[in-house]
Write a protein that binds this ligand. Structure first.
Ligand code: NDP
Length: 253
């Protein structure tokens, strides 16, 4: 029977997704697999990846999983090579892995600042360094970098987190200008979305406040997955540069 979810521009594309063990990355993997993509999921929690793989395969989708720490360049290169060996090539890299341990600067959580810089910025750069040689060789490909509304907004406690997302926006804009006219670079900037992200906030009071004030209205992670699919589905000569996707009730930040 014809699968009505499948889309010709996504069908059989090999999509490599970092941070696919929960939240937005998991939703992207599940959604694109339904649309006929071959998805390669990377994250540290391989037990979670195994469960998602089973689900995708039981629904007839094609997927593979890999133990990935985005802060390790060699590991990221191996992830991309694994995807090429498994499915023949790669067409899209979704740089999604991220952490958000919010805190005031004068709490001096310097280890958490470094963790955000390592995962949210260096992790994306490691992804670019791993996939760009493949894309340049075949002169096609697409980077989709999951930033945040914090890539253009900063407020108390989000200073370092927003700085990492501002950086990814700058990196994406620069990358788009430096690569061939046939390589696409997309930013998808989510607002408050259902996921495990606030678990990385180490201050319990702050986590409670973030969950109650900022995260009381969330959209399902599937909403971000649909935005990612939209960017992939466009004809190859159309590069969706930026999509900001927030809950309707979230008017700013
Ligand atoms: P989750 O915490 O649910 O998912 C984060 C993912 O990143 C997990 O799969 C985690 O996997 C992975 N990850 C973290 N560190 C590493 C690492 N060192 N190496 C590999 N993977 C890692 O949160 P979200 O789904 O919300 O987050 C996804 C992205 O969306 C992030 O970039 C986040 O900043 C962004 N975002 C989310 C918003 C929201 O409201 N949810 C709003 C704006 C942006 P594991 O721990 O298994 O390695």
């Amino acid at each position: 029977m014809e699968n009505l979810n499948q889309h010709p521009a996504i069908q059989d594309k090999v999509v490599v997704i970092s941070g696919a063990s929960s939240g937005i990355g998991e939703a992207i993997a599940r959604h694109l697999a339904k649309k006929g993509a071959k998805v390669v999921l990377g994250a540290r929690r391989t037990d979670k990846l195994e469960g998602i793989l089973k689900d995708i395969e039981s629904e007839g989708g094609k997927a593979a999983i890999f133990a990935l720490d985005v802060t390790n360049l060699n590991n990221f290169r191996e992830f991309v090579s694994f995807a090429e060996q498994t499915f023949g090539s790669i067409d899209v890299l979704v740089n999604n892995a991220g952490v958000m341990p919010l805190s005031m600067i004068n709490a001096y959580k310097t280890d958490e600042w470094n963790q955000m810089i390592d995962v949210n910025i260096k992790g994306v750069l490691n992804g670019i360094a791993s996939a760009l040689p493949v894309f340049e060789k075949k002169d096609s490909g697409q980077f989709i970098n999951i930033t945040s509304v914090g890539d253009r907004w900063v407020g108390p406690t989000s200073t370092v987190y927003s700085a990492t997302k501002f950086a990814v926006r700058a990196i994406s804009d620069g990358l788009r200008q430096e690569v061939s006219h046939k390589i696409r670079v997309t930013i998808v900037a989510p607002g408050a979305t259902e996921s495990e992200l606030s678990n990385s906030i180490s201050d319990p009071e702050l986590k409670k406040m973030a969950d109650e004030q900022f995260r009381s209205n969330t959209i399902p992670a599937e909403a971000i997955a649909r935005a990612v699919a939209f960017a992939i589905e466009q004809p190859e000569d159309v590069d969706v540069n930026e999509l900001v996707v927030r809950p309707t009730a979230q008017k700013a930040y």
